[in-house]
Design a protein around this ligand. Structure first.
Ligand code: ADP
Length: 276
């Protein structure tokens, strides 16, 4: 009799566990569905806004042949910059989607971090619209070991963080790029600026897709809101971590990320970073 009750209780427990698992699965599927719908809504909105502007500009240009030359130029420039914004958005969106779904080929190699920093700095001038860049200094620890990462993606992360630091730091400010070997035996890179800073409760959401703080800078800064989400996927790809710290309002921000050390023969260097 006792044995029969125990068996009955056992199967009831298994059933209850199965229901709980099913419930859990259902909740996960619902959450996934909500994410998908949000993503479609946000992407649609982000694309519709520049598209509407382009349409208005082109309609005005085609229906008002006597439009003053100056105004015509303004219309053309607006249409061009909004189409560039759409191109960037689609490109970033595809990059992020490829990274998230594992459709990216990784080519890990041994790299000298200093070279990668120099290469990303040479790209900043061409990517940042600001007239006068803040002062940029570097402080890379001597005898830093080689790192193991995909060079092109590493330069992409560095360039993006430096771009952001430039965008959100007024001229006269400073940006410092530093690197050292941390306690976990990973190379830790920091991009610190003296710009507007990030609210403490925003330090994690800045890595979410399409997160952009509302305000005057939103459009003029010209970003897509996908840059940090892309950086996070890249860093996760080589087994590192990325996080942000705020130094207080208008005191600046710090972005940190880690890269594994290349455990091969010391001094060997095989830099295949694409310098184009
Ligand atoms: P984007 O720069 O294209 O807007 P990102 O994903 O690179 O998108 O950044 C998301 C948001 O995080 C920015 O819009 C900004 O609000 C905030 N942010 C990023 N970097 C900094 C920084 N160095 N200082 C202050 N805020 C920053």
């Amino acid at each position: 009799m006792v044995k029969a009750i125990a068996t009955h209780l056992g199967s009831a427990l298994i059933q209850a566990e199965a229901y709980a698992n099913l419930e859990d699965l259902n909740q996960q599927l619902e959450a996934l569905d909500r994410t998908r719908s949000n993503l479609i809504a946000i992407t649609g909105h982000e694309l519709r806004t520049p598209l509407s502007t382009i349409q208005v500009c082109l309609e005005s240009l085609s229906t008002e042949p006597d439009m003053p030359a100056e105004l015509r130029q303004v219309m053309l420039n607006t249409a061009l910059s909004d189409s560039e914004r759409m191109r960037k958005l689609v490109q970033d969106f595809l990059t992020l989607s490829n990274l998230e779904s594992g459709r990216v080929e990784w080519h890990p190699e041994s790299l000298t971090l200093k070279e990668c920093i120099d290469l990303s700095l040479s790209r900043v001038n061409t990517r940042v619209v600001q007239e006068e860049l803040p002062e940029i200094t570097t402080d890379v620890a001597k005898k830093l070991p080689l790192v193991k990462a995909d060079g092109d993606w590493l330069v992409e992360v560095l360039a993006k963080l430096i771009d952001n630091a430039c965008k959100f730091t007024p001229s006269g400010g400073q940006i410092k790029i530093s690197a050292h070997l941390n306690k976990q035996h990973m190379v830790e890179v920091t991009v610190a600026d003296t710009g507007r800073g990030i609210e403490p409760n925003r330090l994690e959401v800045v890595f979410d897709r399409f997160y952009q703080e509302e305000g005057a800078l939103r459009r003029t800064a010209g970003g897509t809101g996908l840059g940090l989400a892309i950086c996070r996927q890249i860093v996760i790809g080589w087994g590192g971590e990325i996080w942000a710290k705020s130094l207080g309002k208008d005191q600046g921000s710090e972005f940190h990320f880690t890269i594994p050390v290349f455990e091969g023969s010391q001094g060997q260097k095989r830099s295949k970073v694409n310098s184009n």
